[in-house]
Design a binder for this molecule. Sequence first.
Ligand SMILES: [Cu+2]
Length: 344
Amino acid sequence: MNNSLTRATLLVSLLMLSGCELVVMDPSGDVASQQADLIVYSTIMMLIVILPVMAMTVFFAFHFRASNKNATYEPDWDHSISLEIVIWSVPMAIIICLAGLTWVATHRLNPYDPLTRIDETTPVTEDVEPLQVQVVALDWKWMFIYPEYKIATVNELASVVDRPIEFKLTSETVMNAFYIPAMSGMIYTMAGMETELNAVLNEPGSYDGFSANYSGAGFSHMRFKMHAFDQAGFDAWVDGVRSSDTALNRAQYLETATPSIDDPVRFFSSVEDGLWEAILNRCVDGESLCQNDMMMVDALGGGGLLGLHNREIYRGMCLADDSRALLALLKPAARDQWQLFAEY
Ligand SMILES: [Cu+2]
């Protein structure tokens, strides 16, 4: 009874493990398949050490067992140059190879770099425009803004097969990790910061996406579907989103951003201008000082205790989409200097 239970548990966990491997090891996006290759090559390389060690463990335990009188007993043996050479050179060679492989792969797959190829045989040509998607991790749902189409969704993402996608990501509150295993590795989202991911999906289908970084009560429901359509399917999807009767303005954003668990898919027919910059700079409510303006205030002498009075002066003046407007107002002559400073 106990034995069959153990066996059943083992079988179930093996089946579950094979389920995980299917997506990660057989993905539908070029970036993820290169990452899967890296996992395979590294594993094979490490097995060069692991397999002989495991085999030798069994062999030594068996060969030098107490009852085997044929095994030579050498209690005073202490050093062997040839053994030392094998023990040190093989792992060192493997580490050098692993390091080289990882170095090349991580630089080639840098998520901030635009894609250079769509798949193994197709390079990205100059006329290919990546699909822009702005991602906001909310408590506990995902918001996706399509600046090119001026639409937005919650908990549903769509793309065109073989069209590179350029994600810009941020979070409204705590850290999350944006992860679509079929497409690429995960990338963190953090409030007040913009991370980036370049990826592509090469096969039509519907893929799972979720947060891979624990973020509180509704975390386990922070899931969405990513669709990869052909161009016609994508256009139809965009039309579907456009036919929604809700527009995404600042008030609507703040309402959507209130914590909620297990949210349905939502569509927004339009997106207010400058919303992404306001989200990124944490001033959607129009009350808070935008972070880029705050940084500028700091550059102008600081907003600490001594500069507290500045807050009232700056309130309402700063617009996220023109961070230099305030400076121009305060110090017109410094505007060009700031430009230099920003470039530096
Ligand atoms: Cu970590």
